[in-house]
Design a protein around this ligand. Structure first.
Ligand code: 5GP
Ligand code: MN
Length: 338
């Protein structure tokens, strides 16, 4: 962020304001961690702050400090709309375009007169915010929230609650500090968060060691459905709606499963295709190793986007037709994959 922007934001925040903070639809650890971390920080300055998520999020995030105060636009429309329309400032965190909150909510956000500030690390950000802190090299929006607080000269105001929230998002978005976006600076931020009261062992337990039996059974089925295409160093997994139902699927149960496909030796591209009959779509998660950009593949073929090594998309075809399409486009990327 430019220093004059920081100055302007600092001036804006010097007087208590009505503020809303918005994560993307189907919020993940980074979206929830960053919005709650920022919420606690702003509340420290007596702002009136609400986090409004477009919809629900996984159980393994439902312990993060302040989580119970999150409003869900999908099921709490009236109060959400009121807060958005009355807000003087709006922070949008961990997404690059308002439509990532869903069409209904995006229209409400667009209509709001609140001054908008974007903090995000996705590629190709839309130009809707007055102040934009957008950096695709960042591990996570949570690391950026730490930087934002630092730019405001306020790291001494980071409480154990704020440290916990920010730790969660850095941990989940870096695959526990292993993805390429993890830098020495990321580890320095993590070290500082532990010093400020983030309990790293407890956070890992809360997020990763709260599996249900049925979730592990679902994982077992996903692994049985895994297919490898050695020619293109590609692996893919499917889960049909019937399979999700069989194993009592709950939001978050499929999180991270795609990484098993990517963990096969010499795999460069991995995908999981998950049927959602309620929305009438196949949700696609793509992961890659090295320079292969799943962001570009998803943008071009699957109405999505994200980062170089992690992206998402969707298809309105059947599960079988979507997988078929995926397989038929691979030759297009032969020089990068083969
Ligand atoms: P996931 O596969 O875990 O849903 O998403 C991986 C990454 O891609 C995340 O950073 C997520 O925000 C991003 N992503 C997922 N779906 C979409 C999408 O439809 N559009 C865009 N632009 N990004 C997405
Ligand atoms: Mn993120």
């Amino acid at each position: 962020m430019k220093s004059e922007d920081i100055k302007a934001v600092k001036a804006l925040l010097s007087i208590p304001k009505r503020i809303v903070i918005i994560p993307h639809r189907n919020p993940d650890g980074d979206a929830i961690g960053s919005t709650l971390g920022l919420m606690h920080y702003l509340k420290g300055y007596n702002h009136d702050v609400s986090v409004i998520a477009p919809n629900d999020y996984p159980e393994f995030l439902k312990w993060i400090p302040g989580e119970v105060s999150i409003l869900k636009f999908e099921t709490q429309q009236e109060v959400s709309k009121k807060l958005i329309s009355e807000a003087e400032m709006m922070f949008t965190l961990d997404f690059n375009a308002l439509h990532r909150t869903g069409n209904d909510m995006a229209a409400v956000l667009e209509a709001s007169d609140a001054l908008k500030i974007m903090i995000d690390h996705h590629q190709a950000p839309d130009d809707y915010a007055t102040y934009m802190y957008s950096d695709v090299s960042m591990s996570s929006t949570c690391e950026m929230v730490y930087n934002f607080i630092e730019m405001l000269d306020d790291t001494n105001k980071i409480t154990p609650e704020i440290a916990t929230c920010i730790y969660v998002g850095i941990m989940t978005d870096t695959g526990s500090f292993r993805f390429r976006s993890t830098t020495s600076r990321t580890h320095q931020v993590i070290a500082s968060l532990i010093d400020k009261g983030a309990d790293n062992t407890n956070i890992h337990n809360q997020v990763y060691d709260t599996n249900s039996y049925s979730r592990l059974q679902l994982l077992g089925r996903a692994l049985q459905n895994l297919k490898v295409i050695p020619e293109f160093h590609t692996a893919h997994i499917t889960l049909s709606q019937a399979e999700l139902d069989e194993f009592n699927f709950k939001k978050g149960d499929t999180e991270g499963i795609v990484n098993y496909a990517l963990s096969i030796q010499n795999t460069r591209l991995a995908a999981i295709f998950i049927e959602n009959t309620q929305e009438g779509i196949i949700k696609i998660s793509l992961r890659s190793k090295g320079d292969f950009s799943v962001n570009e593949l998803s943008r071009k073929h699957f109405n999505g986007g994200g980062h170089t090594n992690a992206a998402g998309g969707r298809s309105e075809d059947t599960l079988e037709a979507t997988v078929e399409k995926f397989i038929t486009i691979l030759p297009e990327y032969k020089s990068q994959l083969a």
